[in-house]
Design a protein around this ligand. Sequence first.
Ligand SMILES: CC(C)[C@H](C(=O)O)[C@@H](O)C(=O)O
Ligand code: SF4
Length: 472
Amino acid sequence: MGKSLYQKVWESHSVGTLADGRTQLFIGTHLIHEVTSPQAFGMLRDLGLSVKYPKRTFATIDHIVPTVNQDAPADPLAADMMSALRQNADEFGITYFDLASGKQGIVHVVGPEQGITQPGTTIACGDSHTATHGAFGAIAFGIGTTQVRDVLATQTMAMEPLKVRRIEVNGTLRPGVYAKDVTLHIIRLLGAKGGIGYAYEYAGEVFDNMTMEERMTVCNMAIEGGARCGYVNPDQKTVDYLKGRPYVDMDDFEATASRWLSFASDADAVYDDIVKIDAADIEPTVTWGISPDHGIAVSESIPDPATAETPEQKATIEEALAYMKLPAGTPIKGVKIDVAFLGSCTNGRLSDFREAARFLKGRKVAEGVKAIAVPGSQIVAHQCQQEGLDKIFEEAGFEWRGAGCSMCLAMNPDKLVGDQICASSSNRNFKGRQGSPTGRTILMSPVMVAAAAVEGAVADAREVFDIAHAAA
Ligand SMILES: CC(C)[C@H](C(=O)O)[C@@H](O)C(=O)O
Ligand code: SF4
């Protein structure tokens, strides 16, 4: 009987069984950032412990870092977090991609970029979007602060095995339909809690055909579907992407590459569940509510509680619409926006800015809309600048910012004001997510954010930009 990638990685990293029955899992790579690590280091000090494998631990700063005047945060708390990370990295001998390194950025952008993220490995990070790294065929878990402590001290953590659901998307995506739409569509179908207890294996023609950056967008949101992690099996594209990156050992790379590929799920692997989706059914998708599973095609109408199938559904729709202040049963297209945010670990990579810039070129952001473009890392910023993308954004009326999480979570000065509505390429539309307790978020793909910025309202990018006829 064949094995899935999840099983192979799990088995090759299990180092013991604890008294309570849980598995002690070796963590190949530990990524840390400023928000969830300070207390973990504090606990380590209290226990008189050191970091077990400093060479397997990598730090970056992303959440609190401002996107203008980056090294001088006005907020004293942010300044403290910044210096705490510096001190912890120095004291424990951890590699830290700080602002001066030219490699700083959102942890889930930096890992793959540096070639730290590798197939067949286990990765942990005190951050729920760690699933992003699964795009490389790694099993990557978001963990809490006490687990960060455990991993720092022992390079292992205690876990129960997951079930594996294979999500197969076959066929060809229609023009104007992006990886973000695929992931929003999956979450819409299976629910924000549908993946609880599962690892998601994304398979089929659509994922085979995706670039590594597109695969990252999909895996990034596995957690928004409730899954503990998500992955795509490694293939030649994975190998090509990683070849020559700073942390990839290039001695006998061929052997490394074939080891990586050997982790891919066997053809006769057995799954706990299989879901099949037709690529042709996926449309540009946007959210209308306060959970990532509140998604609809841009051509659809905002749900009406009156037509809900169950009392629970009715209550959910009512709560979401009361918060979003959107009229039930009316088209989502045309809902006015105040802010356009292009960035985050979901969609803040070179290909996201390239694709949005392709359509923004020569166009202007609608009057009254504040639009910001925030590269996911300093390297992404540099790549964009080399291609002149920053100029295209600026000429269109976007502000071009420095790298960080920015308005995705607004633990920095980039925040919504009052009940502003934001067209956002990020991954969460929870109440108050973007920094204002009454702020409203509509999730969508980068090109849809560009279309919304230009129209000043939720728009179908296929119409605004005539995507079907635009040359790739
Ligand atoms: C601050 C951090 C712990 C948090 C997470 O775990 O994901 C953040 O990155 C988010 O996206 O909400
Ligand atoms: S960009 Fe957003 S989702 Fe990603 S790590 Fe930062 S706050 Fe979390």
